[in-house]
Design a protein around this ligand. Structure first.
Ligand code: SAH
Length: 400
């Protein structure tokens, strides 16, 4: 998955822009501005609940075309007290092509190459920087971190519980069929097919099969024949998000400051099984055909992220809840009504209605149920908006 998606020469994301109706798939921020607006409202409510930290860094993991960040920044213009605390924006992006697209979506000024990445200034005058890895992003101020459809792109391992213990499922290839069976002296045998890749259960153990399934009671006690998928890289990043929040301690915020919002597809509670998939031109294709030309992804194991974040980072974890539920709690109904009333044509009103349904409906290929939302906030902070909590203003009178 790592090589197919982000190999610097031939990775899927490296040389192309895969989004939109003409691309391979479409994401919520590309469907409607409402999505970014509501994510911005969530950040603002969380900032108020955390007694308005005065220096904020916005971090986005895998920002695609930069559409979500653009819509968020536009929405923040209506919340001046929050907007004025943003010291910079840090985008974590592996693809030079998408970095260029993000730059043109968000900035007018040129990009400069710095020691640790690239930097520019957004149209709203906020400094913006690009990094390849979250670990390189500075940790000096409170971060609000967004990961939309990022975790599903991270590599997974698959395992099967056999009579002999856990075994890793790996990728093998079959020897191609030879069409010309007879090879005469002086003639080279011609193979008319590329090797065919397929999954296979290894008959012996690997380092990963010794460590991965043993790492949690969730896996250890599963019966023979069970299959599981795990993504240690996702755990590592979830831990990093939690640590970034919990380490920003001040007298005003004794358990930390900041928040992370993860939106992606996957089960809220169960362990993903056999979910590796490839998408090309809005259709599922075999993940093993023409590697590097299709988007590869796997379901996000939200419970695994929650366990890592709670354990290592001492944060409060909210959700996962369904995207439709979360968007409704944030006010998508009211926003859609306002946007529709501003449309002068019936087609315009219909478009808003279609976008709204696509984001919130639970069936018919819509995104309301399949996609989940999870948030990390400092330990002891109130239940977050969208996850059962209301807007809580704890004031800012304790600001030093
Ligand atoms: N959030 C965007 C894009 C989702 S696609 C949206 O919802 O529209 C996944 C994004 O993550 C792309 O920008 C891709 O280039 C980036 N990406 C994938 N794997 C990555 C990795 N390992 N490190 C950094 N960025 C990565």
């Amino acid at each position: 998955m790592r090589q197919c998606l982000t190999n610097p020469e031939s990775g899927y994301y490296i040389n192309k822009d895969p989004f939109g109706t003409k691309g391979d798939f479409i994401t919520s921020p590309e469907i409607s501005q409402m999505f970014g607006e509501l994510v911005a409202i969530w950040c603002t409510t969380e900032w108020i609940a955390q007694r308005r930290p005065q220096r904020i860094r916005l971090i986005e993991l895998g920002p695609g075309r930069g559409t979500l960040m653009r819509d968020m920044l536009k929405a923040f213009q209506s919340f001046a007290p929050f907007k004025n605390t943003i010291v910079d924006i840090c985008l974590v992006e592996a693809s030079p092509t998408l970095r260029t697209t993000q730059h043109s979506t968000l900035c007018d000024s040129a990009t400069t190459e710095t020691e640790d990445g690239f930097s520019s200034v957004t149209r709203y005058g906020i400094p913006i920087k690009w990094y390849i890895n979250l670990k390189e992003v500075p940790r000096d101020v409170t971060s609000f971190i967004i990961a939309h459809e990022f975790f599903d792109a991270l590599p997974i391992h698959q395992f099967e519980h056999t009579q002999n213990g856990w075994r890793e499922i790996m990728i093998d290839y079959s020897v191609p069929q030879v069409k010309t069976a007879v090879s005469l002296p002086g003639q080279t045998r011609s193979f008319d097919e590329d090797p065919k890749f397929h999954l296979t259960v290894l008959p012996y153990y690997t380092a990963s099969s010794k460590v991965g399934p043993e790492s949690s009671p969730r896996y250890k006690n599963l019966p023979v024949k069970s299959k599981i998928e795990i993504s240690p890289e996702s755990w590592d990043i979830a831990k990093e998000l939690a640590l970034r929040i919990s380490e920003q301690r001040t007298p005003k915020a004794p358990t930390g400051s900041g928040a992370a919002l993860v939106i992606d597809y996957g089960p809220a509670e169960t362990i993903p099984v056999d979910t590796l998939r490839a998408i090309k031109g809005h259709h599922f294709v075999s993940p093993f055909e023409e590697p590097g030309t299709a988007d590869l992804s796997a379901d996000v194991d939200f419970t695994a992220l929650k366990l890592v974040a709670e354990q290592e980072g001492h944060v409060a974890v909210h959700g996962a809840v369904e995207q439709g539920e979360w968007l409704h709690a944030l006010g998508i109904g009211a926003r859609a009504t306002v946007l529709a009333s501003q449309q002068s044509t019936p087609e315009g009103k219909d478009r808003i209605a279609r976008e709204y349904h696509r984001l919130v409906e639970r069936s018919g290929g819509a995104m309301g149920k399949i996609y989940k939302v999870m948030a990390f906030t400092p330990r002891g902070t109130p239940t977050s908006v969208g996850f059962g909590g209301g807007v809580i203003d704890r004031g800012d009178d304790e600001v030093e």
